[in-house]
Design a binder for this molecule. Structure first.
Ligand SMILES: [Zn+2]
Length: 200
């Protein structure tokens, strides 16, 4: 990814800053650690990391997501995560509950949940293996590179997500979407394994 990380590109509105309780956080933390162990979301200079989320209630757009600049690792604390209630794209405001600001790609997660009601988990990483092998694997890819965290990036992903649940943002990273976290993570690991086979 060519652009240096400069922080989030939207306004955060804290609806409440109390902690939330959700048993599914344990599973989300497990996948954060797997992403870390498999180098699916490496840090880079001045860096950001991957962002993983799940939909809180079927068909509604609220989701729990990793906070901004949370380095993925083992045993993340509960307050590493933020509940996103709503995004206003016109004013670029993101409404949240939690103790920190949400991932810089929160607008994109929101737009994808809104576009795909069949999807309940979205994982995003910057695996060099997957980026380098995306053409050989015929992975769907956005047409042009767009800056991270922008409406332009959201629009480029929306062109693809209607027909695909695993795709690459050009020169940036991958997105995996699925009906649950298990399938979302396992599909990512399957694609990663295909990359290893190509390079074996
Ligand atoms: Zn990214």
């Amino acid at each position: 990814m060519s652009e240096l990380y400069q922080g989030i590109k939207f306004d955060v509105q804290f609806v409440e800053n109390q902690a939330f309780n959700d048993d599914r956080l344990t599973e989300l933390k497990k996948w954060c650690n797997i992403f870390h162990q498999k180098n699916l979301a490496p840090s880079y200079p001045n860096g950001s990391f991957g962002n993983l989320s799940f939909r809180v209630k079927p068909l509604e757009n609220q989701f729990l997501i990793t906070g901004t600049q949370i380095g993925l690792k083992e045993n993340l604390a509960d307050d590493s995560f933020v509940l996103v209630h709503h995004v206003n794209f016109e004013s670029k405001k993101v409404f949240v509950s939690g103790n920190r600001k949400p991932s810089s790609e929160s607008m994109l997660h929101f737009a994808l949940y809104n576009a795909r009601k069949d999807v309940n988990a979205i994982f995003h990483g910057h695996s060099p293996d997957i980026l380098e092998n995306s053409e050989q694997l015929h992975l769907p890819q956005t047409k042009d590179e767009k800056p991270y965290g922008t409406i332009e990036l959201v629009e480029s992903a929306l062109e693809i997500v209607e027909n695909h649940k695993f795709f690459v943002l050009k020169n940036h990273g991958f997105f995996s979407l699925a009906e649950n976290m298990e399938n979302c993570g396992n599909e990512t690991l399957r694609i990663l394994e295909l990359c290893r086979e190509i390079n074996f």
